[in-house]
Design a protein around this ligand. Structure first.
Ligand code: GLV
Ligand code: MN
Ligand code: MN
Length: 420
């Protein structure tokens, strides 16, 4: 007999213990944060820990050619699995919840099913995808992009990082160059639990976000070359200063975002001057521009205006400018049935819930290309993320994991006590 056991609940202490244990790997001294850049030694150690947990839980573990790891709990049928998961790589100044929560909540749900001796009708798979953050290799969401066939694996292997390594060599070095087929077979559905990483749920005192989609993302790397010279002897009118082009562009995108208004955001998150010395007019400036908006037309317009400003500013300063697209993803709208299911489930479990778009990029936006997809958000204290102080209260972690569990069970067609 199949049923969807509405009374099942996650073990919040066990979930918190796994989050804390994973956060020990690559821990940033004196903080609660983590530094596990994709495919680094720390990422490898984090992967090894999570894979060991997957095996302990009896999951069949597969690793593909871009290092995505999928642990699958067999179902009563061999139909395509319901999948959950996220990522365990972090930015260099990461918190302990971004990504990790979604993976470890998936494992917690498997453990609850194991304890109750329940078998889902469809298999349930828990995945962690490679290089979601994009902090070391661009684009972000690389593993899930390749998983769904949005980029070939050879092309992905050739991507060079901020440290001149490549994805392929680092995958092999850390032992996560697997053989599971790519692109992978589409799951039946994908649902990802994640911290909001913004201020909305907390400000509105809501516990659950039923995520409607993800805004478009545009990342560009800009290199400006001028004339390096002596800071004391070069008259202002004779300078060809690539630093100035960078600073004016940084100010321009801030003003542009404010002029366009929310949800337009614009960030210059990385900037390097060469030779970066107090008394030398720089020879070269390299910087990144991150623009995001839920409407692709508005985003395209922001991109064009930024490029026009950059080129005009470089020309005035007699500098040359080259640009390179690091990532460009259109806005994504999630599946209406999954959004409604998340909303209904939160409500049934007694949690306040609102629909909301995601400001951050997520693996779910790639899975949405191949199967019905949605996300569950829980609040981030002070809306802080990509920062070691990132925090979500235990009660909210528990609420999110319970919503995720009921949503997965519903999508899996319920459970049976049949032996596995
Ligand atoms: C991924 O974390 C992003 O930058 O949105
Ligand atoms: Mn994330
Ligand atoms: Mn992140």
């Amino acid at each position: 007999m199949t049923s969807t056991p509405a009374e099942l609940r996650v073990n919040a202490a066990r979930l918190a213990a796994r989050i804390d244990a994973l956060a020990e790997v690559g821990a940033i001294d004196g903080t609660r944060g983590c530094a596990r850049l994709a495919l680094s030694d720390e990422d490898r150690a984090g992967r090894d820990l999570v894979v060991a947990w997957m095996r302990d839980l009896g999951l069949a573990v597969s690793i593909d050619g871009i290092g995505n790891v999928v642990g699958t709990l067999a179902g009563a049928t061999n139909e395509p699995p319901v999948m959950t998961g996220s990522h365990i790589d972090t930015v260099r100044t990461g918190g302990r919840y971004d990504g990790n929560l979604g993976v470890l909540a998936g494992l917690e749900i498997i453990e609850v099913l194991n304890e109750a001796n329940l078998t889902p009708q469809r298999p349930i798979a828990v995945a962690f995808f490679t290089n979601e953050e994009g902090a070391r290799y661009s684009p972000d969401m690389l593993g899930s992009l390749v998983y769904v066939g949005g980029m070939g694996v050879e092309q992905a292997h050739a991507i060079a990082g901020i440290d001149d390594t490549t994805v392929g060599t680092e995958l092999a070095r850390i032992g996560y160059l697997g053989t599971a087929p790519l692109p992978a077979a589409a799951p039946h559905a994908f649902v990802e639990l994640h911290v909001e990483q913004g201020p909305v749920l907390e400000a509105e005192q809501q516990t659950i976000g039923a995520v409607t989609g993800v805004q478009g993302i545009s990342w560009t790397e800009v290199t400006v070359v001028g004339q390096s010279n002596h800071a004391g002897t070069t008259p202002m009118g004779l300078r060809r200063d690539p630093g100035l082009v960078a600073f004016r562009t940084g100010a321009f995108i801030r003003d542009l975002a404010e002029e366009i208004g929310a949800p337009q955001v614009a960030t210059m998150g990385r900037i390097e001057l060469h030779p970066n010395l107090v008394n030398v007019v720089p020879a070269q400036a390299t910087f990144t521009i991150d623009l995001r908006h839920t409407n692709d037309e508005v985003l395209r317009d922001a991109e064009q205006r930024t490029l026009a400003f950059l080129e005009a500013t470089a020309e005035r300063e007699q500098c040359s400018v080259t640009t390179r697209t690091l990532a460009r993803f259109e806005p994504v709208i999630f599946d209406d049935d999954v959004i409604s299911l998340v909303e209904r489930t939160a409500d049934t479990l007694g949690h306040s819930v609102r629909r909301m778009p995601s400001g951050a990029g997520h693996d779910a936006q790639m899975l949405a290309r191949v199967c019905p997809t949605g996300m569950v958000f829980v609040p981030s204290v002070n809306g802080i993320s990509h920062n070691p102080t990132e925090h979500t209260d235990d009660a909210d972690l528990e609420a999110g994991a319970n919503v995720l569990m009921q949503v997965l069970l519903e999508l899996a067609g319920g459970t049976t006590e049949a032996p596995r």
